[in-house]
Design a protein around this ligand. Structure first.
Ligand SMILES: [Zn+2]
Length: 135
């Protein structure tokens, strides 16, 4: 009993009365076909392996690129924050200096009061400290 006899129902090998011989030929034909299919699948598998390698390489490249871009974004955000801070501090210093120049105390001791005796050492040391912090 040929196990492949019923694989192709359109052809009946038995009807030709040479059933067994044809069955053997059919088996060989089938084996050859399967061999070809295996070979094709093997090639396909090889192609898929190459694609996987390419995808892994691309993924690694993109991961690194993404990491680098994130670092750049973080760095830029930090720089912006620093700039804003120093700008604020600069404005503050400028404002205090103008207040002192207009004749008011800006020191902790007499803050906001009118200076009546010329320069105030506390104010000057405060301005000096403030301008040194700025740079
Ligand atoms: Zn003062």
């Amino acid at each position: 009993m040929c196990p492949l006899r019923n694989l192709n129902p359109k052809k009946s090998y038995v009807e030709k009365n040479e059933g067994e011989c044809l069955d053997k030929q059919a088996i060989f034909k089938k084996v050859t076909q399967v061999e070809e299919q295996i070979s094709e699948l093997y090639q396909e598998l090889g192609g898929l392996k190459e694609q996987i390698v390419e995808l892994i390489e691309e993924n690694t490249r993109l991961t690194l690129e993404n990491k680098r871009l994130n670092q750049l974004v973080d760095h830029a955000a930090e720089e912006k924050k620093k700039d804003e801070k120093s700008e604020e501090h600069g404005k503050e210093h400028h404002h205090l200096f103008r207040l002192y120049d207009e004749g008011f105390h800006i020191c902790n001791i007499h803050f906001g009061r009118l200076r009546t005796e010329g320069d105030c050492l506390f104010c000057l040391s405060f301005l000096d400290k403030s301008s040194r912090e700025e740079s």
